[in-house]
Design a protein around this ligand. Structure first.
Ligand code: FE
Length: 205
């Protein structure tokens, strides 16, 4: 452990986890199927779809958006979203002049209940260091070129404070339902490494 609210990942962490898992199973302390179910829930079922619902509601309900920006943990709980690693959630909002990016410079703190498990690149040293040193260059590598006059705000997550980005609502979405809007919202846009593309014309589902 470190003293600043991040969990240090030891070298060979995956190996140690496997070793612990095997030991716990051998002693009959954990059910491997229960572990698989937890991982599956966060990777595919919860995933970033909860976050997408939150964003779509924020776009369509100004009062909810206000509550979300004031206290995100309480606001997402209104939608029945809660769980480990979701305490002290902070929502930060993109505007035409401000772009927000989230990172955990020390390890991989991430808002699980809204975004699921962090992608591998989020945990990489390259991402963690460049997000702070050269966010504009980093975003360019993700294919996001921001004009020079757009301010980039980098938010360093920790166990005490985890962030999600409320991306800008794209053009061409007037009249879309909350459910349809949620379909447009990507994980990467809620981490801040992408914008949301306007919906493709004529694609009706
Ligand atoms: Fe961390």
């Amino acid at each position: 452990m470190t003293g600043n609210g991040h969990r240090t990942i030891p070298t060979g962490a995956a190996l140690r986890v496997k070793a612990l898992e095997a030991l716990l199973e051998e002693k009959g302390l954990v059910d491997p199927q229960a572990l698989d179910a937890i991982v599956d829930t966060y990777e595919t079922k919860v995933g970033p779809r909860n976050g997408a619902r939150v964003v779509a509601k924020a776009w369509t309900d100004p009062a909810f958006r206000k509550r979300l920006l004031a206290d995100a943990t309480a606001a997402v709980a209104e939608l029945g979203i809660a769980g480990p690693e979701g305490e002290h959630l902070v929502a930060v909002e993109n505007t035409p002049s401000v772009h927000n990016l989230i990172v955990c410079t020390l390890c991989s703190c991430y808002p699980w209940p809204v975004l699921g498990l962090p992608p591998v690149w989020y945990k990489s040293f390259a991402y963690r260091s460049r997000a702070v040193r050269d966010p504009r260059g980093l975003l360019r590598e993700f294919g996001l070129e921001l004009p020079d006059d757009v301010e980039i705000r980098v938010w360093d997550a920790s166990a005490e404070q985890r962030y999600m980005v409320i991306p800008e609502r794209p053009a061409g979405t007037v009249g879309m339902s909350e459910e349809e809007l949620a379909e447009l919202v990507t994980r990467d846009s809620m981490v801040g490494v992408a914008k949301i593309a306007p919906p493709a014309r004529g694609s009706s589902r």
